[in-house]
Ligand binder design. Sequence first.
Ligand SMILES: Cc1cc2nc3c(=O)[nH]c(=O)nc-3n(C[C@H](O)[C@H](O)[C@H](O)COP(=O)(O)OP(=O)(O)OC[C@H]3O[C@@H](n4cnc5c(N)ncnc54)[C@H](O)[C@@H]3O)c2cc1C
Length: 561
Amino acid sequence: MESEHDVLLVGAGCAGMRAAIEAHDAGANVGVISKLHPTRSHSGAAEGGINAALGNAKEDSPEIHAFDTVKGSDYLGDQDAIEIFTREAPGDIYQLENWGAYFSRLDDGRLAQRPFGAAGSPRTVYAADITGHVLIQVLYEQLVKRDITVYEEYFAWKLVENDDRCQGVICWDLLNGGLHTVGGKTVVLATGGQGRIYRTTTNAYACTGDGAAMALRMGLPLKDMEFMQFHPTTLFPTGILLTEGCRGEGAYLINSEGERFMKRYAPNAMELASRDVVSRSEQTEIDAGRGINGSVMLDMRHLGAERIIERLPGSRELSMTFAGVDPIYDPVPVRPGAHYHMGGVETGNDGETELTGLYAAGEVACVSVHGANRLGGNSLMETITFGRRAGRAAAEWALSHTTIDVPRSVEADAERELRGLLDVSHGERPWQIRNDLGTSMLENFGVFRREDQMAKQIEIIDELRERYARGVVIEDKGDVFNSDLVQAIELGNMIDLAACMLQAGIARKESRGAHARPYDYPDRDDENFMQHSITRWVDDGPELSYKDVRYTKFDPMERTY
Ligand SMILES: Cc1cc2nc3c(=O)[nH]c(=O)nc-3n(C[C@H](O)[C@H](O)[C@H](O)COP(=O)(O)OP(=O)(O)OC[C@H]3O[C@@H](n4cnc5c(N)ncnc54)[C@H](O)[C@@H]3O)c2cc1C
């Protein structure tokens, strides 16, 4: 074993860094592993903002925030987790501000809050449209201030389980090559999402679901895997995100006839209906031939140059660079794109998993705050609030236990497996399988889901798994920055997670949140499916079961509060 810590974080995005800071402040010796430099983590790409019921723009309360979140989740969110989340969020925002997060402000000096989709009050705190960038810098500063050890450019490959608890992680050192084991009395997974399973996505290249796949292989349950959120405004043709903040500031969606079509789908909320509703409306327009090049248009012209430049400078720059359109003068082509995975490693409210010593927080986890559909701005907040809670719980457990033991045989097995991967000299290149996975997922498991397409996609994934298992050729046999090797491992993770998504998707015979089956099961079926799906890996394949949703005060049957 190379080194050991009380608490070992895997991932250095907002969730990982917030957890690391908390664990350190609780007295633990903390290490952070990240395949990227922390400030390059995907959280840095978050644009629009972070939700907390501060009530600065209009009356608001944690209870209203909780109700919006429950309703947005299509009643699949666990209400005890949601109540904790909305109650603790305001304190977490002030903590970030005290650490130096320079949020945008009202004229009277209080933090400004903008409206986001399906929110009963404007509650999204923001730093123009670079909120994630600001948060990631501030958290990294706090990491550096505390002198927390960061294993930069270490790729976490396998969790170590010994004596019925998680005791460390086996990593590939990207810079120098070689496998290294880092021990931890507790390990916190904070590896982010898995949007790269889709060809067009807002997610960074690194969002390949590694943490969820590692947990799955340890026999741990993944929850609600069928729920992938499609964001309504991703740029054509690249899939880069234009924040919901654009619509929050008043941008319209129009079709090829210049019609503001949301009035037909959500006459009250219009463009600020929840993301699943807006994405489905756009897709319906596009499928009905009222799109342009498979897109609809986001019109910001009426906001005026001054407001666009002040409030949405990043979105303007992205539009000009990647679509060749200046939103001050022209509408921008957008379409739904894979954005956020609501499912993940099942955790309790302190990030604890079924395996002693293993915790998870952030997008890799499913606690579940978002249920079947996440509200914009709730994810960054979840990374902070549940990152903090997981960091604290992991530290408390670690500080009350003493030993770390990683058997040499576990490391030897990993070495052998790695050699096996590198020794393959005949076969397919990983990128061919990756392309087929991304393209077919987009085609068969997108905004709208049909039984026949899902059945076909299950067959495709089986074939892809077979092709992968036959051995993919890693041409780079070297040690230094062997991205060929890492991408091959990431591909294996994504294929297995896709299999879990499809199995849970085809079994959910209803429409709920991001899972829309308008052709055979157009309605929500509370009687049979007001349940979380739970997926475990058994005998080389996913096995599905269900678990009750936890309710407190928001009655799903009455759908009122
Ligand atoms: C373009 C975009 C804009 C968004 N805007 C908003 C917004 O305005 N508001 C909002 O609430 N949400 C937003 N979201 C969602 C939100 O940003 C993410 O869900 C959240 O930032 C995820 O944070 P995280 O800490 O869980 O993961 P990430 O920030 O993705 O960090 C994952 C970390 O894990 C590391 N890692 C992964 N795999 C491995 C491995 N095998 N070994 C070692 N390290 C590994 C990575 O290096 C990284 O450090 C947005 C998402 C996108 C894609």
